[in-house]
Design a protein around this ligand. Structure first.
Ligand code: FAD
Length: 422
């Protein structure tokens, strides 16, 4: 049923297809994401947040909707979504359940990075042929069985920021590789069927190098894989990002999600690949704004119809939130639209600025929403306090934390590559 015209529509598209010139296929996908988010994610979000449990049923429900295969190329049986289409769809899911959208991102990246992104990178014809054959095996598991992939790369040292080689290592042996190491903050730990692990390929006596980073799809039930530690964080509690241990885990060569050397190439030639954590927070920013408008209009479901919109201070606060939201949307949309291989320096600086803006502004808007709506809005019976806590986590996400974005924007604006001061 359509909403009456005189109420605020909390489910209107974040990026209206006509205003942002989306294709029909994009408009359809974002509409599906909103329907799905409202029907499936929103009603389950509070319980998983409270209990810090993984919303596995959301992922089971994504399978028949085709959402698990969104970025799998069409010729391999997927929906063939490109980077921008994925980002727009993920933002819509993020407004209903941040933890699901963030975990879904980890899964989708295993297909986006091995699919459309890898297609833009250099490979020998033999490597490309072997890669296409190997990734089909991964894709088939997702398409046929609803397999879920996680994306653990953080280790607690400098590797996840891209400063040094990963400490998790894969040693070449007959027929495959043996993995040893530890990953922290592994979203979907204990629930994923495969872990898309970034590690350093290193033969006996060889020095560790970032150039030898390997991206491997490791079965969760492989001997030597274990999940340890607690998960009781401030926000994004439904991601269940516990610690993973790999102890002499053998995987065959087929486990490679990218050929040798291609992850290193991707990280330098396709830098927007690290922006994929932002859509969730774009969605949270929109959700905090929508909540505030509905709340002040006295239209929030489950709340008495008390209006608070007549106070000038509320109107000013909403104006400030709207300005911040529009600024965030405009910059983010531009940055995700120009994601490509070999972007210009301007495009990379804009991507850092967009990442910083979304991650900081999502939380700033949520903070203002709580102050503006007042005491009742922070009750756990309403979604705003969860949005507030979840939005706090965005700026901490490596490799592009807010601090690292600021570092790079400053340095790269003032220095051309290779330039030094006397
Ligand atoms: C809810 C949630 C889910 C997550 N899910 C995943 C996941 O699925 N997979 C995954 O791999 N990771 C995941 N992470 C981890 C995340 O990406 C970061 O790796 C983690 O938050 C880093 O924590 P840390 O304290 O070890 O950071 P540290 O490396 O100790 O960094 C602390 C701060 O120092 C600064 N800093 C670090 N390195 C540099 C540098 N080289 N230059 C300048 N400043 C620097 C950064 O601002 C950073 O915020 C998740 C995190 C959260 C909160």
């Amino acid at each position: 049923m359509n909403k009456p015209l005189d109420s605020h529509d909390q489910d209107a598209p974040i990026f209206a297809p006509d205003a942002f010139r989306l294709t029909d296929a994009q408009a359809e996908l974002i509409a599906k994401a909103r329907r799905f988010g409202k029907a499936k994610l929103a009603p389950r979000a509070a319980l998983h947040d409270r209990e810090a449990t993984f919303p596995i049923e959301n992922f089971r429900d994504m399978h028949p909707e085709g959402l698990l295969k969104i970025c799998i190329p069409k010729e391999d049986g997927g929906l063939g979504a490109d980077f921008q289409t994925y980002c727009l769809t993920a933002a819509e899911l993020g407004r209903y359940c941040g933890a699901t959208a963030l975990s879904w991102n980890m899964h989708v990246c295993s297909t986006l990075w091995s699919g459309p992104l890898s297609d833009d990178l250099d490979m020998t014809p033999e490597d490309r042929k072997a890669h296409i054959a190997r990734r089909r095996v991964h894709y088939k598991r997702i398409i046929d069985d609803g397999a879920i992939y996680a994306q653990p790369f953080s280790e607690g040292g400098a590797a996840a920021a891209g400063a040094v080689a990963f400490g998790t290592e894969a040693k070449p042996v007959d027929g495959g590789l043996v993995i040893n190491g530890k990953k922290i903050f592994a979203s979907l730990s204990g629930s994923a069927d495969y872990y898309g692990v970034l590690c350093t390929e290193r033969a006996e006596g060889e020095a560790a190098s970032r150039r030898n980073t390997l991206y491997l799809g490791v079965p969760a039930n492989a001997p030597g894989v274990s999940v340890v530690g607690e998960w009781d964080p401030l926000g994004m509690r439904g991601t269940v990002s516990r610690t993973l241990i790999f102890k002499d885990v053998f995987v065959p060569e087929d486990a490679m999600l990218m050929p040798h050397g291609v992850y290193f190439q991707a990280a330098s030639k396709w830098p927007h690949m690290f922006m994929t954590l932002t859509p969730t927070y774009m969605g949270l920013a929109q959700a905090a704004y929508d909540f505030t408008v509905s709340y002040l209009r006295g239209e929030l479901p489950g709340m008495p119809p008390v209006k608070r919109r007549m106070y000038p201070t509320k109107q000013i606060a909403v104006a400030e939130m709207r300005i911040m939201l529009e600024q965030t949307k405009a910059l983010w949309f531009q940055a995700v639209t120009e994601a490509r291989a070999n972007p210009t320096k301007e495009q990379v600086l804009r991507a850092y600025a967009a990442q910083h803006t979304v991650m900081e502004n999502a939380n700033a808007i949520a903070v203002k929403a709580i102050r503006t709506c007042g005491g009742q809005s922070m009750l756990k019976s309403l979604p705003l306090e969860r949005i507030y806590r979840d939005s706090r986590c965005g700026a901490l996400m490596l490799p592009w934390t807010s601090e690292i974005c600021v570092d790079r924007i400053g340095r790269e604006s003032l220095y051309e590559p290779g330039e030094k001061d006397e």
